[in-house]
Design a protein around this ligand. Structure first.
Ligand code: NAP
Length: 260
């Protein structure tokens, strides 16, 4: 029988799609959440990566962990907890970690924590695969939606390569079912686009007929420079297929995975 795969963050935007994909493929899947959950075809387990409660039970007997949970304030600590629990389980599962393109070049707090977490995994001595992805469609939409409510839309001279969580989930599952790779090739959305162009797409999708009158905004400092130089992009790995427009058109439709 195939070894069980643990998906941490099984309720998150990415994790829930990974869980659904594994379930649809009839792979034995266990999913972690801080709360008690239940859903068909998934063994839910409750645990908290901040204090370690329930994590030993979550990792017990699994052959692979796809780590989709994220704790925006304690990323390194939570990854350490996971690695330690995996080590103590005596199973040496394949750890698959999802990170972000540019974490080594853009000095934002969360990115620095992701980079440090990558190192915890790489130095753990456990079989592992680290996949850096570009910004999810939902994040780009959230960033632009606030700006789009203003009469003049401020648009930094950045480019994004938004990617769909379904594309990232498919890649993660593929990596999880293969040999550990260390750092895998980056994974990007199908198109590199300017902020202005994406804001225009968002306005068009809103159907309110609002026209974009953009105001360029310089973003100073090393973070601004990181984005301005395209450190958040993976143009040679435009592997995702779902475009920003396709994603916007689907908003409001129900997602497949339901849990209580
Ligand atoms: N958003 C992006 O643009 C982007 C781009 C590239 C990579 N990524 C990476 O993709 C990963 C998934 O992101 P996402 O947007 O899907 O996250 P998300 O929707 O914010 O979900 C976070 C998940 O983490 C779980 N969680 C939070 N704190 C926890 C804790 N202390 N113990 C156990 N579970 C905990 C939550 O589960 P419960 O609430 O059920 O406990 C939830 O399922 C992250 O590592 C992120 O850095 C994101």
């Amino acid at each position: 029988m195939a070894e069980q795969i643990l998906v941490t963050g099984g309720t998150g935007q990415l994790g829930r799609v990974v869980v659904e994909r594994l379930r649809a493929a009839e792979a034995p899947v266990r999913a972690l959440s801080r709360r008690r959950r239940s859903s068909e075809g998934v063994e839910w387990t409750a645990g908290d990566l901040r204090d370690g409660r329930g994590i030993d039970v979550a990792v017990a007997g699994v052959g692979t962990v796809i780590h989709c949970a994220t704790d925006y304030r304690r990323e390194v600590q939570t990854v350490r907890t996971l690695v330690e629990a995996a080590r103590w389980s005596g199973q040496t599962p394949h750890l698959v970690y999802v990170s972000i393109v540019g974490v080594d070049k853009i000095p934002m707090g969360y990115y620095q924590a992701k980079l440090a977490a990558e190192k915890v995994i790489a130095d753990s001595g456990m079989p592992h695969t680290i996949l850096r992805a570009t910004q999810f469609h939902s994040l780009v939409r959230t960033i632009l939606a606030g700006a789009a409510r203003l009469p003049l839309v401020p648009v930094p001279k950045f480019r994004f390569q938004p990617v769909d969580v379904r594309d990232v989930a498919a890649r993660l599952v593929e990596l999880a079912q293969g040999e550990p790779r260390g750092r895998a090739a980056d994974f990007g959305g199908p198109e590199v686009r300017t902020t202005e162009d994406l804001a225009r797409a968002l306005l068009a999708a809103s159907g309110k007929g609002k026209r974009l009158v953009s105001v360029p905004v310089p973003v100073p400092g090393r973070i601004g420079r990181g984005y301005a130089t395209g450190a958040n992009l993976a143009p040679n790995h435009a592997d995702g297929v779902v475009t920003f427009e396709q994603y916007l058109a689907e908003q409001g439709k129900p997602t497949a995975l339901r849990y209580r």
